[in-house]
Design a protein around this ligand. Structure first.
Ligand code: PGA
Length: 250
């Protein structure tokens, strides 16, 4: 399965910063079998797509609205993203769930809207610290996946990417150990298999949460970890390039 290194920029960088970062990225030779994704803020998506031209680097959005169009002030539809050449979109990030009240049902609808527009959804799941401490992490992730995937067919599910991001590890400097990551990724893989073996073998499962060059090798080496969704370390061109190199070596 392909390895993915995806950079979630969150609310960082400006127009010039985006341009400089993309220019640096275009100088890299991306290893065979590695897909590179960057998710800049909405205002810079179109310029990033244009600058990348025919490059294989994928530009992703960080969110979209589930409806086709309408009176939803401040929102952006999947069709709008498609019209500017966006090929992937993060959905259900824990910050969206926590600060913007995003539910699994809404996330499921967003996934459908994206697939209808040939955009790859990068579906985020993961437990809170209290849930991990209480030993409920498998239960929580199972419920998240089942709620978001309930209305989707196996054919649709084959086209998504899952990112396991334990919330206690996001932006905290704490990372899941290689063992914790592998056991949850294997669990997610078995949940995906309940929607069909073809789903389990087609869907990359990325790890996210303080993933950086000094811990990526041991995370990416696990059989069910197919790369990373990276926040902080993806803002720095050198660190991002190193993560891409590490993904190519594992
Ligand atoms: P982090 O963020 O790498 O800064 O922990 C990951 C994410 O939120 O996707």
């Amino acid at each position: 399965m392909r390895k993915i290194v995806a950079g979630n920029w969150k609310m960082h960088k400006d127009r010039e910063g985006t341009k400089a970062f993309v220019a640096g990225l275009m100088e890299l030779s991306v290893p065979e079998g590695v897909e590179v994704i960057i998710a800049p803020p909405f205002p810079f998506l179109a310029a990033a797509v244009e600058q990348l031209g025919g490059s294989a680097i994928v530009v992703a959005a960080q969110n979209c609205h589930q409806k086709v169009q309408g009176a939803f002030t401040g929102e952006v539809s999947a069709a709008m993203l498609k019209s500017i050449g966006v090929k992937a979109c993060i959905v259900g990030h824990s910050e969206r769930r926590q600060y913007f009240g995003e539910t699994d049902t809404a996330v499921g609808e967003k996934i459908s809207a994206l697939l209808e527009n040939d955009i790859t959804p990068i579906y985020c799941c993961g437990e809170l610290k209290d849930e991990r401490v209480a030993g409920r992490h498998f239960e929580v992730v199972t419920a998240q996946l089942n709620a978001a995937f309930a209305a989707l067919s196996a054919e649709q599910l084959k086209r998504i990417v899952v990112a396991y991001e334990p919330v206690w590890a996001i932006g905290t400097g704490l990372t899941a150990s290689a063992e914790q990551a592998q056991e949850m990724h294997a669990h997610i893989r078995s949940l995906l298999a309940s929607y069909g073996e073809a789903v389990a073998s087609s869907v990359p499962v990325l790890y996210g949460g303080s993933c950086k060059p000094d811990n990526a090798a041991e995370l990416f080496a696990n059989p069910d970890v197919n790369g990373g969704l990276i926040g902080g370390a993806a803002l720095d061109g050198k660190q991002f390039a190193e993560l891409i190199r590490i993904a190519g070596a594992h």
